[in-house]
Structure formats: structure tokens, C-alpha cells
Design a protein around this ligand. Sequence first.
Ligand code: FE2
Ligand code: FE2
Length: 413
Amino acid sequence: MKNLHLTKKLQLLNKLLIISFIVIFAIFVFVPQQYLIWILFACFIVVYAFIKFSIHKTTLYLDDLERLLDTFDKYIIYSQTDLNGKILNASSAFAQLSGYDKKELIGEPHSIVRHPDMPKSIFKEMWDDLEVKKYWRGEVKNKKKDGGFYWVEAITEADYDLDGKHVGYHAIRQDITSKKEAEALKLNLEKTNDLLEAQHDEKIIEVIELTKDIRDTQKEIIFTMGTIGETRSKETGNHVKRVAEYTKILALYSGMHEFDAEILKQASPMHDIGKVGIPDAILNKPGRLTPDEMEIMKTHARLGYDMLKHSDKKLLAIAAKIAHEHHEKYDGSGYPNALKGKNISIEGRITAVADVFDALGSARAYKKAWADEDIFKMLVEEKGKHFDPEIIDIFLENKEDFLAIRDKFLDVA
Ligand SMILES: [Fe+2]
Ligand SMILES: [Fe+2]
């Protein structure tokens, strides 16, 4: 701005000098001879004072300009080249950033600071832009004298002489090395993070698969244990499968949560696991059991409970409860503890219905299967006696579902 003021002042001074000459000429022509010397002297004093004042102001302006150029040289990363790219001028800031001395740069090709990482396409884009738009703006990685690098955001413009002839280029730059390093660091962090997340996801999948494996194994073991108990008492493997399915449906229809119903389904096959502790002579006796034998047979409920009760796992805890309570009766006439009504767990009450329904409907070597009507009739008669009346109601309302399961898991003859 001060440069512009200086120009205006000089133009004004020029005009004033012309006016002064015109005035002096007019004085010579029109003023009488005796006053001429005094008037000319006065004019001389005025012009002298004005020139003195102008020189003083111009000196101040030139001082400002010099300080401005010093600041520019110190802080602006500037260079000027001819048409061949030879460096004609370079600021101290440019020299300092590139690690060269100013004298080492002047006369050298600008490619002295070109970094091999920069693709040629960037320079092609730069020359194309300079040709068409007369300027180019972009980010450039440059090479330092010591082999290091720095990044700049550069604006390059074409230079013209007073006749408008294209004579070279100049560029100013901003040091963006810190910004680029931060960007590179961020990119690295993101990549590392992605890698860690991928590894984390892999681990989670492994854990899920492992957990599923453990659960499947657990289910198989429990089912096999249940089958052992039933096989010893001449039941078939499909009996426990059917009981498992019946108990889940009854549980769901009774309003039990899906998760708990699934636990019940997995635990109910173990209701007769205690039979592994009953002597074969009693378990496989073809005829009716004597009262003493019956008492021994009844111990399978407690034996099963004792086998399973030590676990703190929910599935085994439920299995223990079912083994213990599946022969309890709603009216309190069951065993081993003669529990009554809702004192018998919901799992025990449900399994009792499922077990009896399936046992009666299945043919065995020693008995025929009951007719469905007879089974349903018995279930109704036993409502509130052997069985929980609410569960019997649910069973009878949905009996088609239970018959479908029985058909699906028929015993193989
Ligand atoms: Fe039993
Ligand atoms: Fe059973």
C-alpha cells in the first residue's frame, strides 16, 4: 500500500513542477520588472521547501519498502527461474528450508530440489496449468541438500517483461511438512486400527465358533447321558428326543422365555439318569415289582438329582431339578418328596406330563401303546391329581402339535 502512495506522490511532484514552471513563465511575462526578483525568490523558497519535504517522505517510504523486502526474504519461500528452470533468485527462507546457501542455488536448475518420490504426472500437470491458466497450485515434496525432504504447498506463476514477453516463472510456497507428516501418521494409525479390528473380529469369530462347539458338545453329552438312563429302562433313544420337544413346546405355550424353554428342552432328556443306579434285576424285571422293589425303583429320582446337583451351570441345575421332581404329583401323592402344587417346579410339572404322555403312547416289548383317546381321557382325569391342571389344558388345546412331534420322531421297530 505504501508503494502505491509513493507513486502517487511522485506523480503529484511531477505535476507541481510543471505548474511551477508555468507560473514562473507567467511571472516573467506579466509581473513588472521591479517586483520580479522578490517574487522569484519567494517561488524558489516554496519549491525548495516542497522538494525537501518530498525527499524526506520518499526516504521514509523507501525505508519501509526495504524492511518489507527483508521480511519477505526472511519468511516467504520464494524463487524465480528463467524459462529453462534456472534459478535467478531465491529468498533466504527458501535457502534455509532446502538447506542450501543462496549462492549455491542461484544459477542452478530448479530440479536441484526435486524429490524422486514426486511422480512425473505432477510436473506435467504443472506445465499444462502454467500454459493454460498461467499459474499452478499444488503440493510438492522437495529434496533437501542433506538428502532429507520437506513438503510445500506452492503457487507458481509465469513472469513477463515490460513488453509482455514470457521470460520465466516465480513461485511462493508454504511449508506443510508438519501437516503431511501428521496426515501420514494418521493414515498409519488408521491402517493399524483396521488391522487390529480385523484381528479382533477374527478372534471374536473364533470365540463364537468355539463357544458353539462347546455348547454342541455339551448338548450331545447331556443327550447321551439321558439316553443311557432310558436305555437301561428299556426306553428308546427317541423317547428322550420326543420328551425334549414336548417340554419345549409346553414351556413356550406356558409363557416361558425362549431361552429358558431351550434350556428345559436340553435338560429334560436326563429325567431318568438316576436309573443307572438301579440294579438290572429290578430295572429289567419282566413282571410287576414287589413293594420293596418299587421303593428301590423310586430312588432313581433322588439318585439322578444327586448325580447332577453339584454343578453351578444352569443347564445341569435344571436337569437335577427335573430328575428330582418328574415323579412328584400335583396333589402331593408323588415321590420322592411328596411336593404339592406349585411347590413342584414348572420344569418338573412340564416334564411329568411330557414323560407320561410319551411313555403311554409308545409300544414296548412288555406293553402295547395306548390309544390316543385313552391317553387324553387319562390326562383329563389326572388334572389336579397327577398333573398341573393348567399344563394339561395347554396340552389338550395344542394336542395336534404333540402328535405331530410323535409322528416325526417315531421309534424304529
Ligand atoms: Fe422316571
Ligand atoms: Fe422317561
